[in-house]
Design a protein around this ligand. Structure first.
Ligand SMILES: Nc1ncnc2c1ncn2[C@@H]1O[C@H](COP(=O)(O)OP(=O)(O)OP(=O)(O)O)[C@@H](O)[C@H]1O
Length: 271
């Protein structure tokens, strides 16, 4: 980067409530979600749980307009960010993706790019000029919030690919934070990591949750219980599209589920 660069204009910041209202999704004529409604409150962690293939990742992609990148994909329903429809015709797709960030299952930093530039990689959306000092500050802030600063502060010019898997995932979280998202979507962010790195990411999630709304897909019930405030249990039975069977506070979902299918799933009896 040169000395004066462009940082994005940030008109709206701060954690926002995300609400899905009667969301259905298709790939071609295969319907994979049927009228799914869910409120994901600001400054809370919502976990999406359920067996493989029930539509959790598809639902996550609908929440930040990534679903429409797939050629055969279509959808119905609304997604509201603090009450505003992210699919409204007047809204830019880049605005939704900036405000609603995504961290993927497999850490995907730019391997040859420095750690410093990796953090700033999402900032090319245009906006206000920044100085070198402003960028330094942002890099430090985002790496600190992602729980990685102390480990990498002396080697910011090393390539992203030189980090361990868990560090790479925290670098990806730092990169997501740099554009100041209001919601962070995480699709099984620990499934490629060892238990120690997993714990570290879980601590990061706990630290971030006071500032940004988090929605996490996880297959790990202990993890859902540890990190989330509320849970939604998805299920697609016998070739039917995925629905939410039950949702509510995580404690209640695990200790006193209302639906016998939830009881079976959270106790590991299927899926
Ligand atoms: N790009 C795609 N094209 C066609 N069908 C797809 C595509 N992605 C997902 N599907 C189908 O949509 C359904 C839901 O898949 P999805 O990945 O959302 O489920 P999931 O609950 O996240 O599964 P997992 O836990 O295994 O990741 C499945 O039947 C899947 O085969």
């Amino acid at each position: 980067m040169t000395d004066t660069e462009v940082l994005p204009v940030l008109s709206e910041t701060g954690a926002a409530t995300l609400r899905a209202d009667a969301v259905s999704a298709w790939f071609g004529d295969h319907k994979v979600l049927d009228r799914v409604s869910l409120t994901m409150p600001a400054r809370q962690v919502t976990a999406l749980i359920g067996p493989s293939g029930c539509g959790k990742s598809t639902f996550l992609r609908v929440l930040n307009r990534m679903h429409e990148l797939i050629g055969s994909a279509s959808l119905a329903g609304q997604v509201l960010l603090d009450g505003e429809d992210i699919y409204d015709r007047g809204r830019r797709i880049t605005s939704a993706r900036r405000q609603i960030g995504m961290v993927f299952q497999k850490p995907n930093p730019f391997p040859a790019m420095s750690l410093y530039d990796n953090v700033l990689a999402g900032l090319k959306l245009g906006g206000i000029k920044s100085t070198r000092a402003g960028r330094d500050e942002l890099v430090e802030e985002c790496l600190t919030r992602a729980g990685l600063w102390k480990e990498v502060r002396d080697r910011l010019r090393q390539p992203g690919g030189a980090l361990s898997g868990g560090q790479q995932q925290r670098l990806c979280i730092a990169r997501s934070l740099a554009v100041r998202p209001r919601v962070l979507l995480m699709d099984e962010p620990c499934s490629a990591l060892d238990p120690t790195s997993t714990r570290r990411i879980e601590e990061t999630i706990a630290d971030l949750s006071s500032e940004v709304t988090i929605v996490i897909v996880t297959h790990n019930m202990q993890q859902a219980a540890r990190v989330s405030d509320s849970c939604a249990f998805f299920l697609a039975e016998q070739g039917t599209p995925g629905v939410i069977v039950e949702h509510g506070p995580t404690d209640a979902m695990f200790s006193d589920p209302q639906d016998p299918r939830t009881t079976d799933y959270v106790n590991g009896r299927f899926g």
